[in-house]
Design a protein. Structure first.
Length: 114
């Protein structure tokens, strides 16, 4: 069954020995990162569910070095909204407005070429 699912979705299924975790370095690194972040959040005094939700949100909204995108963006095709993104104003219109003003000031001081 697994082979059929993998082949129909163009997934390369690789098996590793169950009692030799070092054979799958990527999985081991992910587990180590989770343990480090999860144990460091224990100091805040929050319950396990809240800490897990915070870790998952942090992971899903962090840009991956290889893809330059977040896991959430790869899965859903858009960025997740966080408290930080809701606080940040839309800067695009301000930047465009400032560029326009700079162009006006520049054009005022430059004489026409004859």
């Amino acid at each position: 069954y697994i082979q059929g699912v993998c082949s129909s979705n163009n997934i390369r299924h690789v098996t590793t020995t169950p009692y030799h975790p070092r054979s799958n370095g990527l999985a081991e690194r992910a587990v180590r990162t989770f343990k480090q972040r999860f144990s460091s959040s224990k100091k805040g005094g929050e319950d396990t569910h809240t800490r897990l939700c915070r870790y998952l949100m942090s992971y899903r909204t962090s840009v991956h070095r290889t893809t330059n995108r977040t896991p959430a963006e790869l899965m859903m095709g858009r960025q997740l909204r966080t408290k930080l993104t809701l606080l940040k104003p839309d800067l695009t219109s301000k930047v465009e407005e400032n560029i326009f003003k700079q162009k006006l000031y520049h054009d005022k001081g430059v004489s026409a070429v004859k």
